[in-house]
Write a protein that binds this ligand. Structure first.
Ligand code: NI
Length: 182
């Protein structure tokens, strides 16, 4: 079977997608109860707030930060960072939705501003990513989009799974189900 090549992702396409989740994620999390945003579908799985915390850190270190570094200096080498240690330190589970959303919106607006200003020459500048190796600015657009889609879906699926589990639990005990948990 012939698999068609993946279409080229432009910075404008990525901006459209990042703007979409910038609108949707804060409204989804703010509309959900604290039990739902802090709940885990399974013990080893993230709550929705942790999904957003992960999006923030990978954007900060791997995409926004990487592109900003490449634009600033030749042969930029991504500073080393430990995603697991950063994730543990953030402790998003215990944090407030508002604090998390403020951080997410601020970084996301900065990312959109950076992407919106990229010109043809910028897209061909390159640096070295710790895990991906030598990469151009243009080469980071597809991985960024893929990463965003993956964890955007994960955050929404997590809210659905936890919300349904809480509603089932309340129904089983004959208790009223709050509107936002339906
Ligand atoms: Ni990830």
């Amino acid at each position: 079977m012939l698999i068609p090549p993946a279409p080229v992702i432009t910075a404008a396409h990525l901006v459209t997608y990042l703007r979409g989740s910038l609108d949707l994620l804060p409204s989804e999390l703010r509309l959900s109860s604290n039990d739902v945003v802090s709940g885990h579908p399974a013990p080893a799985e993230w709550c929705a707030k942790e999904c957003v915390g992960h999006l923030i850190e990978v954007e900060r270190h791997g995409f926004n930060g990487m592109i900003a570094g490449i634009l600033k200096e030749r042969d930029h080498l991504q500073p080393d960072w430990d995603p697991d240690a950063v994730h543990a330190t953030r402790n998003d589970c215990a944090g407030s939705v508002e604090g998390l959303m403020t951080e997410f919106v601020r970084l996301r607006e900065d990312s959109i501003a950076i992407l919106s200003k990229l010109d043809h020459d910028d897209l061909h500048r390159s640096g070295t990513h710790r895990w991906r190796g030598p990469i151009t600015v243009g080469g980071l657009l597809r991985p960024w989009l893929n990463h965003e889609r993956m964890h955007f879906r994960q955050a929404l699926a997590t809210l659905d799974a936890v919300g349904s589990a809480i509603a089932c639990d309340l129904a089983a005990r004959g208790e009223p189900i709050p509107a936002e948990d339906h």
